[in-house]
Design a protein around this ligand. Structure first.
Ligand SMILES: [Zn+2]
Length: 168
């Protein structure tokens, strides 16, 4: 299992001003998790390992080629698993430079809600509803977007606004 890198050169093309997205797991519909079983457990373990190794702050299932509504996010010191999450409320605004493990070397300034309320199930099947703010809210909205097939390069009407930042 590895991180799927979204190739902006070949995965998208512009034609007569309209953007056509070619097939990629990152753009497909994602299905709700129906059963928390051993298969799901090992998927979460694998994703956890990838997230830690990559040093990222979040990883969504479509990023590893699995089209389920599930993501992992680093909240504080802990990695939390969000199964079938739903953002029910969004308050305020914040703007941050964001990167994505599937879009290496690209950073985009994205505007998001400053605070959110999100509902989800954990790996034991327990339901949670919590408020998150600032950086945590940003991470969760980024991962949530992956479950809708949305990437940070979509946040502006023109792709040219995506800026490639020098990374050392
Ligand atoms: Zn991402």
């Amino acid at each position: 299992m590895e991180i799927i890198v979204y190739d902006t050169e070949t995965a998208e093309c512009e034609f007569f001003g309209r953007q056509y997205k070619r097939d990629s797991p990152l753009r497909r519909d994602n299905h709700a998790v129906q059963n928390i079983n051993q298969t799901l457990d090992s998927l979460v373990r694998n994703m956890h390992e990838i997230l830690v190794e990559s040093g990222g702050v979040g990883l969504a299932a479509p990023q590893v080629g699995v089209n389920l509504t599930l993501f992992l996010a680093r909240i504080g010191d802990e990695v939390t698993t969000f199964i079938n999450p739903v953002i029910t409320h969004r308050y305020g605004r914040q703007k941050n430079w964001e990167g994505c493990l599937s879009l290496p070397q690209i950073a985009v300034e994205v505007q998001r809600a400053k605070r959110i309320i999100i509902e989800w199930y954990d790996i034991e099947g327990k339901f949670h509803s919590r408020k998150f703010s600032n950086e945590n809210a940003m991470i969760l909205q980024h991962e949530y977007d992956h479950l809708q097939g949305r990437l940070i390069i979509d946040n502006y009407p023109q792709r040219t606004t995506a800026t490639i930042k020098d990374t050392v």
